[in-house]
Structure formats: C-alpha cells, structure tokens
Design a protein around this ligand. Sequence first.
Ligand code: NAD
Length: 288
Amino acid sequence: MSTLNLQAANVLVVGAGIMGAGIAQVAALAGHHVFLHDAREGAAQEAKDQLSVALHVLVSKGKLQHDDVEAALTRITPISALRYGKTATLVVEAIVENLDVKRKLFAELEALLPEDAVLATNTSSISVTALANGLKRPERLVGMHFFNPVPLMKLVEVVSGLHTAPEVAEAIFTLAQSWGKTAVHAKSTPGFIVNRIARPYYAETLALLAEQAVSPQVADACLRSVGFRMGPCELMDLIGHDTNFAVTRSVYEANFYDKRYVPSGVQRDLVDGGLLGRKSGRGFYRYP
Ligand code: NAD
C-alpha cells in the first residue's frame, strides 16, 4: 500500500454550521490553510467571527497562546463559492444530513478539485458506500466523523465504505491523530459505532417524555447524577434536533424499519416547530 500524506493539505470545509466551524478551527490550529464555505451567504464569515471570539476567550484563560490564535485565524479563509477553494487536496464536508444534497455536492467537488484530492464526509449516519456511488473516483471518499463540540471531543471515526481505498482511510486516520484526536477505524454500517450505540439512549429518553413519565430536567439530572457529563435532553439540544432527527430516520431506514430505531413524534414536533436546540435558541430548554 502506497502512503498518502495529508499533513500539508489545504483543507476545504463545506458547511459552516456547528460542526464545520469546529473542524475549521481544529484544522487551522494544526497548521492547515482552511477554506470555509457555506451555501448560506455570509455564514462562513459569521462562523469565523464567532470562532475568533471563542478563541480569544481561550487566550484570556491562558489555554491558548495569542500568537497561535492569530496565526490560525489568518489561515481560515471564508469563501463565497466553492471554486475559490479549488486548490484544496482535502475536503471535509459538514452540510445538512441528506444523501441527495451531499451526493450533489461531492459530484461538484470531484469536478473542481485536483484528481488526487481526498473527499471526507462528517456524516453521522449516511452510508459512505452510497455517497460514493456515482463518483468518478469513489475510492477517494471516506468518512471523517467528528463529535460535538469538535475542539473538545477526542474521537474521530474513520469510516470506510465498500469503495474506500485503504490508503485513503489510513491517511485520514493519521491526520486525525496529528490533530490531537483519537482515531478509530469503522465500517460504513448504519450509525457507525457511536451513533449505533447511542440511538436507543435517545429513543428511550424520547419515549419517556412522550409518556410524560419524566421531564427533560429530571431526565438530565438523573443521568448526570450517575456520572454522565450531560443528560440526554441537553445533549440532543446541543446536537440539534433537525440533525438528530435526520440521523434517527436514516438509521431506521438503513435497518429496514426495525422497530428498535423508530423515530419519535416528540422530536418531529420540535423540528416542525423550529425548536432545534441551542442553535435556534430553544429546544427542550431556552438559550439566551
Ligand atoms: P448545522 O445545521 O449546524 O450546519 C449545516 C450547515 O450546512 C448550515 O450552515 C447550512 O447552511 C450548510 N449547508 C447546507 N447545505 C449546504 C450545501 N449544499 N452547501 C454548502 N453548505 C450547505 O449542522 P451540523 O450539526 O454542523 O451538521 C453537519 C453535518 O455533521 C451533518 O452531516 C451531521 O449529521 C454531522 N454531525 C453532526 C453532529 C452534531 O452533533 N450536530 C455531530 C457529528 C456529525
């Protein structure tokens, strides 16, 4: 197996939401030049401005050096169109959790970027094999699944689909380690490792809420009291109910509608009502 090295890659992060902004931060602090793009006009610049504020708070707390933060920020370039990031040899896609939208994006990226570029997806649940289907170079597509919040969570699942070249998965594994992460190889099964295990945790919480057997406050307090860092409702608010609901539906469908993974009406109502969690200012809880 030849060795593919991404240590000096220019990185194009597509999607400047919760995850994309965190990925851009980690990549830039690790020394990469990062292009940050979002379909919503102005979102990439807003994400960079918010990152700047958050990083300077860490400087004031003595957790990061001022010069390192300034240098990292100069390495992040918000771009209004994908073509401005065409020199990137690594893409990390962090857009909406939808197979068709992601496929369309990867086809566009494949036409734009150098032939040897690696296409990584941060999908939580969509089949990496299905995402690669239809690409000219499906072996260049791999899952690089970060956890929220990206700068704090150590784990990265490196997800190989049926097409993924071992050297591509290995290069992402090594890169994640060099970004200070704990990498693990995973197969492209529904939910990969963590989301597969976590689905019943959210599902049982939502079932208890639907039965009005517990409130979000009590559920969270109980789980915290037995050693969890966050309760399930606070965690779902952090993830975003739109994303979490999409992941649940995708895992349910991928498991041939196995009842164990059935989505919850409680979450559908939150999504329909625009109560997406922290990012919209209200989910189970209100956020200032
Ligand atoms: P988000 O809603 O915070 O951000 C998604 C961003 O993508 C938005 O800013 C949106 O404008 C942009 N976008 C949508 N379609 C686009 C397109 N075609 N081109 C460019 N930009 C586009 O979502 P998020 O929570 O950051 O999730 C992004 C991805 O990461 C999803 O695949 C999700 O499953 C995965 N993920 C999320 C979490 C989590 O806890 N939220 C954890 C791990 C993985």
